[in-house]
Ligand binder design. Structure first.
Ligand code: CP
Ligand code: NVA
Length: 308
């Protein structure tokens, strides 16, 4: 039996697999835009487990599964047995016998790894404290759409060394681009946390302006991620100089785009001028969660297929 393919971290796919998935995302998106039905996942069921809040992830997976001909079921910790201490191993056994695909948003990466180890169906990481691979899948797809090949380009990450930052680092290694990271002191990136052990694609900068110099893509995220709310007030002080503003965009490449996974806090990690300005592609980026994840679900469920 071929082992089940899961998507738990960005590094779970090779560069060649990403090339295929991006090609499929474009094909699926174009077809959808022409209002042509495409139902390769007819009769299949996606279960979505949320232990943290979500707008985009829930909507894009639920709408995406319906558009591919299947259906999606939403479970959360509050009103399922998951919040009442049922072992993850048991939940995985049961849920994966009643569904064809499972997407999980939770706290520890360990939970999705454990779920996958006990599952009969593919598992997708819909965000953990450590990684957010579906978002970077959509972000890279968006960059390619907007500016072409990402290989050899430079992404400037300004802010917290969080799940998004870790995932950008994995993506840089696999797809061969550079990431310039600037975080406040005390919040520096730990390459091991991203599952990397010394990569040539990563450079740290104390000054966010330096990180943005010559960048092709400038990106940031909330100063306080879900699960870290107790640190919010302290982080507001520590991150005050890590707000992406017009000056940072001015030192980036003239053609640079700005991305943010959203939700955003204007006046904190990014100014309104930048996120609502001409270089921002945040709405295209958000929409592409739908198209990229449809390609991801198709690939996990059906493997490689010829364009129809
Ligand atoms: N970017 C993202 O994952 O958004 P949600 O938290 O709304 O799902
Ligand atoms: N880093 C953020 C991303 C939200 C989509 C968080 O984990 O809360």
């Amino acid at each position: 039996m071929t082992p089940i393919k899961h998507y738990l971290q960005f590094k779970d796919f090779s560069r060649e697999e990403y090339e295929y998935v991006f090609e499929r995302a474009k094909w699926i998106k174009d077809k959808f835009k022409r209002y042509e039905p495409y139902h390769p996942l007819f009769d299949r069921t996606l279960v979505m487990i949320f232990e943290k809040a979500s707008t985009r992830t829930r909507l894009s997976f639920e709408a995406g599964m319906q558009q591919l001909g299947g259906s999606a079921i939403y479970l959360n910790t509050r009103d399922s047995q998951l919040g009442r201490g049922e072992p993850v191993e048991d939940a995985a056994q049961v849920i994966s016998r009643m569904s064809d695909l499972v997407m999980i948003r939770t706290f520890e990466q360990e939970m999705v790894e454990c779920f996958a180890a006990n599952s009969r169906v593919p598992i997708i990481n819909g965000l953990t404290n450590e990684y957010h691979p579906c978002q970077i899948l959509a972000d890279v797809f968006t960059f390619i759409e907007q500016r072409g090949c990402i290989q050899g380009k430079t992404v400037a990450w300004v802010g917290d060394s969080n799940n998004m930052c870790n995932t950008w680092l994995q993506a840089a290694e696999i797809l061969d681009f550079n990431v310039h990271v600037s975080t406040p002191p005390g919040y520096e990136v730990e390459p091991e946390r991203a599952g990397l052990y010394g990569t040539a694609n990563f450079e740290a900068f104390a000054d966010p302006m330096e990180a943005c110099k010559g960048a092709d893509l400038v990106t940031t995220d909330v100063w306080t991620s879900m699960g870290f709310e107790a640190e919010n007030e302290e982080r507001k002080k520590d991150f005050a100089d890590w707000c992406v503003d017009a000056e940072m965009m001015a030192v980036a490449n003239k053609e640079a785009v700005f991305m943010h996974c959203l939700p955003a806090h204007r006046g904190e990690e990014v100014t309104a001028e930048v996120i609502d300005g001409p270089q921002s592609v945040v709405w295209e980026e958000a929409e592409n969660r739908l198209h990229a994840q449809k390609a991801l679900m198709e690939y996990l469920m059906l493997g490689r297929i010829e364009a129809r």
